[in-house]
Design a protein around this ligand. Sequence first.
Ligand SMILES: C[S@@+](CC[C@H](N)C(=O)[O-])C[C@H]1O[C@@H](n2cnc3c(N)ncnc32)[C@H](O)[C@@H]1O
Length: 265
Amino acid sequence: MNASLQDAVLHHGDFFRQWQFVLDGSIDLAICDPPYHILHEVHPWDRKIDFAVLSWILSRLLTPLGQVALFCSGKMIPEVVSEFGKYFEFRYPEVWQKPSARVVHKDRPRPDVEFVCVFHRRKTKKDDRTFNWEDIAIQGNSYIRVNRNLENTNLKTLKREVDTNKSGLRHPSSVVYFPNRPAMTEEEKRFAEHPTQKSLAHMDNLIRLLSHKGQTVLDPFMGSGTAILAALRAGRKAIGFELESKYFLMTENRLQHETAQGTLI
Ligand SMILES: C[S@@+](CC[C@H](N)C(=O)[O-])C[C@H]1O[C@@H](n2cnc3c(N)ncnc32)[C@H](O)[C@@H]1O
């Protein structure tokens, strides 16, 4: 199922001033790729985000089973988890390993990982939380495996005598590999000249994992509109905000180009 451009509502402006255009309790998944405030000397848009305010706003906008997937660097995690923890429960961090990262200093490794922190509202039941792992799972061979040593247990479940995997689908890992901008194809970069552009494959993966078809995805910091495009392609509705005219127009142009290509209805 493809969505149409009519399923996207794009706002040109500051999310923190305009968020009330979005109905309370209407968002199923917020994909947030905020500025990290490390490039502000070269990119004025890379301002410091107030995560206390962001988490409060999202607590208003999300449905009772709504979830948040927030990109951040390792250094940002303590602040993000502490602020979001007032309204949400931190479920897991996804580790995004990037193929291309330059050495910044000889006192540390190459900064080739970023994180996506996934949150759900407090007190939701485990079985009610959207996690469509089969939709993004890698296909392997099916197997039936006899466990000879049953004493070896993890913390909560006893080992089964026989493990069966009929479908061959592999449960996803917390570590994912998707290109960052320098490693993307020219085709992917063509309509999205944003220095921190995320890959469509990565956004698609998060959106299909953490929301259902027909649901609504919010991107408060859409940049070149990658999450918006991925949401529409995956049959979700999308709402986006972008402060900078240049990037707002880039997103509009990117979606229009997609329509011209006939990918969206
Ligand atoms: C990290 S980039 C997003 C990149 C995007 N995921 C992509 O694939 O192109 C963050 C974007 O948030 C925008 N931004 C910063 N503060 C904002 C605000 N208060 N409201 C809306 N957009 C904002 C910046 O202009 C920037 O384009």
